[in-house]
Design a protein around this ligand. Structure first.
Ligand code: 2AM
Ligand code: CA
Ligand code: CA
Ligand code: CA
Length: 260
């Protein structure tokens, strides 16, 4: 099903894709608006997704693929078998404006359950991987998960608008924590949690490609992954998500779902 050869292939594809993204930053990008002026897509989003889809199609033609930019046009309607979920550039606005703080993400699921996740912090040159049952790695070096006693001893990651507008009572978590931090890229925010810099990542509404890789890597680290209502995540649907160290997950859920 999932083996070392597959892991090795994915890593080598990501190295090639990351090199292409880095060199694209030295020339003019073709930038298009999707739904709004802050919702962008470049030719590199499409090229990177196509590159990954072509590789998967070549080596694993029977697998299902979901990608943000719609290179594969058949919709995946059931979770059975192996499902690849791809975000070719997470943080496209950062890619365009900052030439930094963006990532490539791949999540692999079997029968709806996480198998492996990959987040490449392209400009830092760090590849975060997680294999469920085996643990997580930064550039192939095993990660040790820190312990947290409570939210008031930790930072929380999420997006600015969600905290400012108190969506899903997220301000309660922000106020209890030492502070909140945001990068404008789900990839980089989740990396902060994987590295143990923060104990929680929260988002009120993500698409499968935004959460798939983080879901798998955080699961491989033994963290708790649920919706903000403490329900299991459906990998085919838009969803709220919380990725939290086991020690603080319940405390966060209680703050997010107050009972009056
Ligand atoms: P993206 O860059 O892959 O689109 C900050 O904008 C974060 O929210 C990024 O991780 C971004 O992913 C994600 N996001 C999800 N939906 C978005 C939207 N409609 N517009 C902009 N960013 C979106
Ligand atoms: Ca996008
Ligand atoms: Ca994304
Ligand atoms: Ca994207």
């Amino acid at each position: 099903m999932f083996d070392f050869l597959m892991h090795h292939r994915i890593q080598s594809w990501l190295e090639l894709a990351a090199e292409e993204l880095q060199s694209a930053l030295n020339r003019d990008l073709i930038v298009e608006e999707k739904k709004s002026a802050s919702d962008l897509v470049t030719e590199m989003d499409k090229q990177t997704e196509k590159f990954l889809v072509d590789k998967i199609r070549t080596y694993y033609p029977e697998h299902k693929i979901i990608g943000e930019e719609g290179i594969v046009d058949e919709e995946v309607t059931d979770v059975s078998g192996m499902v690849w979920i791809i975000d070719p550039i997470d943080g496209t606005l950062n890619f365009v404006k900052q030439k930094n703080n963006f990532g490539i993400m791949i999540g692999l699921f079997y029968d709806g359950q996480p198998v492996a996740g990959y987040i490449y912090d392209v400009m830092a040159g760090y590849l975060y991987t997680g294999i469920v049952g085996e643990g997580a790695f930064i550039n192939n070096k095993p990660i040790q998960l820190k312990q947290y006693q409570s939210i008031d001893q930790s930072l929380v990651m999420g997006n600015v608008g969600m905290f400012v507008n108190n969506i899903h009572n997220t301000q309660a978590v922000y106020k209890k924590a030492l502070g909140a931090r945001a990068y404008g890229s789900a990839a980089l925010e989740v990396i902060s949690v994987i590295r143990g810099e923060a104990s929680i990542y929260i988002s009120h509404a993500l698409s499968p490609w935004d959460f798939a890789a983080g879901y798998a890597i955080c699961s491989s680290l033994g963290m708790k992954v649920t919706t903000l209502e403490n329900k299991p995540i459906n990998i085919l649907k838009r969803s709220s998500v919380i990725f939290a160290h086991k020690d603080v997950h319940q405390e966060a859920i209680n703050l997010l779902n107050p009972t009056e």
